[in-house]
Design a protein around this ligand. Structure first.
Ligand code: FAD
Ligand code: NAI
Length: 465
């Protein structure tokens, strides 16, 4: 059997590439070693974390928000096994859904570990150890990423956990120390704080979410602090001692100085993810990874003759929808069509409460690039829907490039902004100016009116504050 396309890795990069390839009539196989399709995202990433974020947000609202809205509830209790079960059910349903989509699009799902054996050949070792070789015109590497370990600290996924362990803790830790104030640390830290943990986040740098526009990340940190999250910025964890009844975590100022010890029941290590290329046989097709272990490509996803690369394992943001975009592009390229990803319009959402949603360039990036820009801002405090919903924390910030009069960045922190960012992505793809957004009628009363007001602010005519 010879394929047009063999995809190694069944995450959002791989499975979306497979679906599109199937739609375009390419004879396609997808190889996945974890026993379930969906990759990190569906199994131990986006989906389970959002299931816990949603449920824990309800739990906290029931006790903290309902009374102020005139809803009396008593006897609110956490049923952690059920909270974890509904998360597992969401994962199960969606991974089976992806398997169905493979069948629907006539993609062969091959269970096992794939290794490139040479140009046009992928050897698969099945769960029973049996080997088979698939012949193919094109190979797509979509093997994703894994948590970056912290040197000297052993992750046991019980008391010292990566994101995977943090999605399945059997009881709520009294004290949780999170290493890394990035997306995972703040999302999963939020989950466990809401259900009762005292959470301290230790971050190497002087700010949280370092890649987010500074004004937004500062506002975000203030809100998280108000919720009770403690921060040790500018600190690193240098050791964790496992005692019978607790963990002793030694932290040190990043710039050097006096070490201190913090106590914890659980430590979550969330200092980033690294590309996964172990035993992939890259040498068989002459592919060399870059210094950080990523597989580079030629700008059109080609890593070697007949080999493409997409998703977390190659350069760019490590996001499911970025992997998906690249998967679609590669399927189309292999089918002889156009395939393109606009990296200027990849949204980024942090699904905490409130959410953070950003797309395009931050003010710091524009300054560093010497781009002249105008800013418009609007606080949710002045948005009527935010006020009626008691959800006034946060702001919207719109950045427009002076020379082109195009919106080049929008940064928001606020309730539900993760859903609102889609409007901006469409506007940016159409080359919108701030005025285009400002002159677009938005429904009243909605949170999205804050975007319109911030866009008006670029040309100095904010009306509602
Ligand atoms: P992956 O999803 O990692 O899939 C790669 C697959 O390849 C894996 O299933 C692996 O088993 C398989 N594989 C590897 N090597 C082989 C081999 N040799 N043979 C066979 N199979 C192999 N992103 C978002 O956009 N939004 C979110 O809300 C979000 N939340 C996240 C929450 C957490 C806790 C984590 C950890 C990540 C989150 N991410 C989120 C990131 C997102 O999961 C990744 O960006 C995305 O999964 C990358 O997709 P991918 O297809 O490149 O790789
Ligand atoms: P991250 O890159 O978002 O954050 C890691 C943080 O750890 C950074 O702030 C960094 O400065 C800090 N750090 C690094 N080394 C440290 C050390 N030794 N001590 C203390 N702090 C240290 O990585 P994270 O949170 O692990 O997430 C990995 C990837 O997964 C991200 O790139 C993200 O794109 C993706 N993801 C996306 C989500 C979303 O879109 N909502 C949710 C979760 C993950």
């Amino acid at each position: 059997m010879s394929y047009d396309l063999v995809i190694i890795g069944g995450g959002p990069g791989g499975y979306n590439c497979a679906i599109r390839a199937g739609q375009l009539g390419l004879k396609t196989a997808i190889i996945e070693s974890r026993g379930k399709l969906g990759g990190t995202c569906l199994n131990v990433g986006c989906i389970p974390s959002k299931a816990l974020l949603h449920a824990s947000e309800y739990f906290e609202a029931a006790t903290k928000t309902f009374p102020s809205m005139g809803v009396k509830v008593s006897g609110v209790e956490l049923d952690l096994p059920q909270m974890l079960k509904q998360k597992d059910d969401a994962v199960d349903g969606l991974t089976k859904g992806v398997e169905f989509l493979m069948k629907k699009n006539k993609v062969d799902y091959v269970k096992g570990f794939g290794r490139i054996a040479g140009k046009g050949r992928v050897e698969v070792t099945g769960p029973d150890g049996a080997k088979q070789t698939l012949e193919t015109k094109n190979i797509v590497i979509a093997t994703g990423s894994e948590p970056t370990p912290l040197p000297g600290i052993d992750i046991d996924e019980d008391r010292i956990v990566s994101s995977t362990g943090a999605l399945s803790l059997k009881q709520v830790p009294k004290k949780l120390i999170v290493v890394g104030a990035g997306v995972i640390g703040l999302e999963l830290g939020s989950v466990w704080r809401r259900v009762g943990a005292e959470v301290t986040v230790v971050e190497f740098l002087d700010k949280i979410t370092p890649t987010v526009d500074s004004e937004i990340s500062t506002a975000f940190q203030k809100i998280l602090k108000k919720q009770g999250v403690k921060f040790e910025l500018g600190h690193k964890v240098v050791g964790v001692e496992k005692l019978r009844d607790r963990l002793e975590v030694t932290i040190e100022p990043a710039k050097g100085g006096q070490a201190r010890t913090l106590e914890a029941d659980v430590v979550l290590v969330a200092i980033g993810r690294r590309p996964f290329t172990r035993d992939l046989g890259l040498e068989a097709v002459g592919i060399k990874t870059d210094q950080r272990g990523f597989i580079p490509h030629d700008g059109h996803f080609k890593a070697a003759d007949g080999v493409y690369v997409i998703g977390d394992v190659t350069t760019g943001p490590m996001l499911a929808h970025k992997a998906e975009e690249e998967g679609i592009a590669v399927a189309q390229i292999v089918a002889g069509q156009w395939g393109h990803v606009n990296y200027d319009v990849i949204p980024n959402v942090i699904y905490t409460y409130p959410e953070v949603a950003t797309v395009g360039k931050s003010e710091e990036e524009l300054k560093a690039a010497g781009v002249e820009y105008k800013v418009g801002k609007f606080n949710f405090m002045a948005n009527s829907r935010a006020r009626t919903n008691h959800e006034t924390d946060g702001l919207v910030k719109v950045l427009e490039e002076v020379a082109t009069k195009k919106v080049v960045g929008v940064h928001m922190v606020g309730a539900g902004v993760g859903e609102m960012i889609g409007e901006i992505c469409v506007a940016m793809e159409f080359g919108a100016s701030a005025e285009d957004i400002a002159r677009t009628c938005h429904a009243h009363p909605t949170m999205s009116e804050a975007i319109r007001e911030a866009a008006k602010g670029v040309d100095g005519w904010v009306m509602q504050s």
